[in-house]
Design a protein around this ligand. Structure first.
Ligand code: OGA
Ligand code: MN
Length: 390
């Protein structure tokens, strides 16, 4: 016999390994189960029904282990076997997006929409790629809208409302954007119309602007203010060094120039940069809720005249964002929801950047601030330790 093993027995064996891997949290067993699934998939006598169950589970386990290239190969096998099912192409697109292979995902989605133009799931994902990769706002709006309207499983997702609204704002279609955000709130993908972060702890107090006293970090902010001149000197000394400051890379700028030098990111000290401004970093290190804030950053932020930053929301409601004014020329503004303020040299203000904010520099000299994120004061110590970094 060419295939002495009964397929069902082989399958039972793979599943048992899978279950044991889970129980014992063993990567070794997990790998054995993946290998067993994989061997099954290659057998010419495997029937469609089992091929699908095994294929999907195998992909799931491979993704869990970070074996994306192998998972993608299985996606392709499934698609070859079931070319008339949009679902399997969509699953491939999602895996490609997970590993940031936007161009490859785009091609898959294009093919899918060529065959099934009304597939809502493919539409929202295609719109998402057009918006985030190509900045093709008009076409992105068309696909995102139609995909969300389809109400297909998987389309009611904050990311799609987020980018649809943002694309509409950038196209000057404010009322339509406003409606999208309200629909997002009705569908519970946003905390509120103006607080559109997607990684949230729901019970936390949300308000656009905070006073120092409201935060529980009052003395830290006073210390920043008391030492602002030395902090400014350190920051300004780095300003004209080639390659230190990096362009804002999240496509938030409408026009102008906006650069940042990161000192801490996701609770990790960037040693190389901290060496360049030891005094500033020493002050940050006096507050664990700043230096260990795995959902925030500490950075010098430099904005040049003629800059406008589109209205935007940060990713999480788990941090508060403070700005220490270091060099503040006239005609520089930040709006958070419905209140617009200016910076003052030597003064800290605090806002919750999960709320919509927008920045202008209409002045004539560079503006520099130190941005320090801190954990939201209502998070427990356990949450600060265990929330995934952002
Ligand atoms: C922010 C922001 C930064 C700046 O701090 O979240 O969008 O430098 N603006 O004005
Ligand atoms: Mn911001």
């Amino acid at each position: 016999m060419r295939f002495p093993d009964n397929l069902r027995i082989r399958y039972g064996y793979a599943k048992a390994l899978d279950r044991r891997a889970d129980d014992q949290r063993s990567n070794e067993l997990l790998q054995e189960s993946i290998d067993a699934y994989y061997i099954l998939l290659q057998r010419p006598d495997i029937k469609n029904e089992m091929f699908l169950i095994v294929g999907e589970r195998c992909i799931n386990r491979m993704r869990f282990r970070g074996q994306f290239a192998k998972a993608i190969a299985i996606h392709k096998q499934i698609i070859d076997r079931f070319p008339h099912e949009p679902k399997y192409r969509n699953q491939l697109a999602v895996t490609l997006l997970t590993v940031n292979r936007l161009s490859a995902a785009k091609i898959v989605l294009q093919d899918t929409l060529h065959l099934w133009p009304n597939d809502g799931f493919a539409q929202v994902h295609y719109g998402f790629v057009l918006k985030t990769k190509d900045n093709e706002l008009n076409t992105a709006v068309k696909y995102l809208k139609s995909g969300i309207d389809s109400k297909a499983p998987g389309v009611i997702d904050g990311r799609f409302y987020f980018h649809l609204g943002d694309a509409l704002i950038r196209l000057g279609k404010f009322e339509e954007a406003s409606k999208v955000y309200e629909d997002g709130v009705s569908n519970q993908v946003f905390l509120s119309k103006y607080q559109r972060s997607l990684y949230n702890v729901n019970r936390l107090t949300g308000r656009p602007w905070w006073s120092k006293e409201q935060t529980s970090y009052t003395s830290f902010f006073k210390m920043l203010q008391d030492n602002w001149k030395l902090i400014k000197n350190e920051g300004m000394a780095l300003l004209n060094k080639e390659g230190y400051f990096k362009n804002e890379a999240e496509n938030l700028r409408d026009v102008g120039e906006w650069k940042q030098l990161e000192l801490f990111s996701r609770g990790i000290k960037i040693k190389e940069n901290c060496k360049k401004c030891p005094f500033t970093c020493k002050i940050i290190e006096t507050l664990a809720d700043a230096k260990d804030c795995r959902r925030g950053q500490v950075k010098f932020s430099v904005m040049h005249p003629g800059t406008h930053v589109w209205p935007h929301c940060g990713p999480t409601n788990c941090r508060l964002r403070s700005h220490l004014g270091l060099k503040v020329p006239p005609k520089t503004f930040i709006r958070v929801v419905n209140e617009t303020r200016s910076w003052q040299e030597g003064q800290v203000f605090i806002f919750d950047d999960s709320f919509e904010h927008e920045v202008w520099h209409n002045g004539s000299d560079v503006r520099m601030v130190l941005i320090v994120d801190v954990w939201h004061p209502e998070l427990s110590e356990m949450e600060k330790r265990t929330l995934p970094a952002i």
